[in-house]
Design a protein around this ligand. Sequence first.
Ligand SMILES: Cc1cc2nc3c(=O)[nH]c(=O)nc-3n(C[C@H](O)[C@H](O)[C@H](O)COP(=O)(O)OP(=O)(O)OC[C@H]3O[C@@H](n4cnc5c(N)ncnc54)[C@H](O)[C@@H]3O)c2cc1C
Length: 608
Amino acid sequence: MSSRQPFEMKAIDPEGMFDPKPLFSHVCTASGDMKVVFTAGQVGMDEHGNVAPTYEGQVEQAVKNIGRCLEAAGAKVTDIVKINYYIVNYDPVDRPHVPIILKFLNGHRCSTTLVPVQCLAKPELLFELDATAVIPADRAAGAPTLPPTDTMAVDVVVVGGGLSGLKAGYDCQSAGLSTVVLEARDRVGGKTWSKTGAKGKGKVELGGAWINDSNQSYMYALARQFGFDVIQQITTGDCVMHDLDGSMHKFEYGGVPKHDPAEAENMVQIRALLERLCHEIDLQNPQNPEWDSVTLEEFITQNGGGPTALGTARLWTRGLLGCEPREMSALYFLDYVKSGGGLMLTRSDMKHGGQFLRIRQGTQSFSEGLKSLLKPGTVALGSAVRKIEQTEEGKEVYVTTEDGRKFLCKRVIVSVPTPLYKEIGFSPALPDDKQKLAFSTKLGWVAKTIICYDEPWWRAGGYSGLVQSFNGPVTIMRDTSSDIDGHFSLTCFSQGDTGRAWSKLLPHERCAQVIDHIARAFDNSSAAVNHIGAFEQQWAGEQWSQGCPSPVMGPDLLGNLGHALRSPFENIHFVGTETAYEWKGYMEGAVRSGDRGAKEVIAVLLRK
Ligand SMILES: Cc1cc2nc3c(=O)[nH]c(=O)nc-3n(C[C@H](O)[C@H](O)[C@H](O)COP(=O)(O)OP(=O)(O)OC[C@H]3O[C@@H](n4cnc5c(N)ncnc54)[C@H](O)[C@@H]3O)c2cc1C
């Protein structure tokens, strides 16, 4: 008989004590087989020994350091049972550390102790914290799918089990190459993540949601292969524009919102200009120094764009990339929309558009489906890759995971987002151009809040569910119901500057603001507040995504470094949605890039 005790962790708020939500719980217990992790006190000092100049900066850095320590020990934030805070000059009235810690804990509550102190180890340090965490023994033991061997030899190691990595892994294995896919998270799917909806009905998509059945041929082929049902996006009913002056007005889907007439005309002219120019770009080699040297914001202003045109451009860049028009070059934006068939198509919810169809089973099922086609044991979850070393003879590559497991292979396919290359030690170092891409491209800020209801009450009011707001907190909202499942929801995106500002609120305040926005948009507060469940996901805080959907390039990067995105480095190949020529940033681009990466490897390893 096994003497193993099942692992269980509990937060307890005993009767008769004050309510500690949302910051902590009065007691935490952990029982069963476990590994215990203690961190040293972490302060606001970065890897170079620089101390952040502000109190908030120090708290942010200290929290980041704690996250790193936990990760190194294989623990997650949700494994923390106790935190101690040490604060210099503590002021019980002014507590700017609270929102930062709440964001870090992301709803997890553990027991805490706050200790005001006179000073810390150095005079400039103002904040320190340490944590104790417990990990279930079976997780601490590592990924169960791999045999316990010192070094496992395979033909191909794929780093990352999102759509691009799984497609690459599947193609390599199908071609007869022995393959392992190493995935840092405890799930496959990366930036797709589907959860069961409120009351167990339907699916909610925390990440990628929409595909189409025409120019997204790879995704649609997979949907058919796996027998998934598709749900057509609703475009009937009134759409709502939340304008610059704060007013809300209705407009027909596909029509121009009822802005001030001169402003509307100016916006339409700028839109037509960008649509025309994007089609001049060669996706294989996007070059135009004039467009690349200015930001999209500068480009629009230089071409006579007024406040509404700029506001609309903000909606596009926030909606497509989670960034502001000032954060990307005009060339980057034009190339990005061209890769999705043009500005109008990428934004469209209709046939051939970026938001035409959803998947009833949830888009994470694509990755789960691909995983199920691989031989058992191919995908190792909880396997963050930290080192990729190419041997001097240049024939082999060693890949090492965070917990020290080693893989020897002939080729590696790296599928992690470009800015995350920094998290892996490459030896020899990546070429300069690739390093510049890793350090200078930036993932956007995107959150989804999905509010579920018993009925699609907004439809009864004549609304389609589509809302566009220049003001926030929600930038774009859509009806994401699955009627056949009795699942009714509004998915509310908060993106770019608007999203960042909203994220500083406490969790219950964020949810209340979103519901208030729904109420105002559809002029029905009693129905809006009567929700049956809410889901929130902020992608910038995800350690293995660090934002989404696709890394953005500021001026003078795409023309100079774009070619380096997908170029192999000796035995290492690079895939991921941003490396695609078509539908970059989308699931379609991810799968197409995986297809390309596998072809590169198969061509080398199986050539006669
Ligand atoms: C909120 C949101 C909305 C979106 N909406 C849509 C949409 O409607 N339609 C659409 O087509 N697309 C959409 N997307 C984009 C789409 O989800 C992505 O383009 C696609 O999933 C990217 O796949 P990928 O394989 O390139 O990258 P990822 O999904 O990021 O996969 C990379 C994988 O690598 C893993 N990893 C990272 N570092 C390491 C490491 N060191 N070791 C091991 N593993 C590591 C990660 O955990 C991840 O699983 C959306 C994305 C988000 C987040």
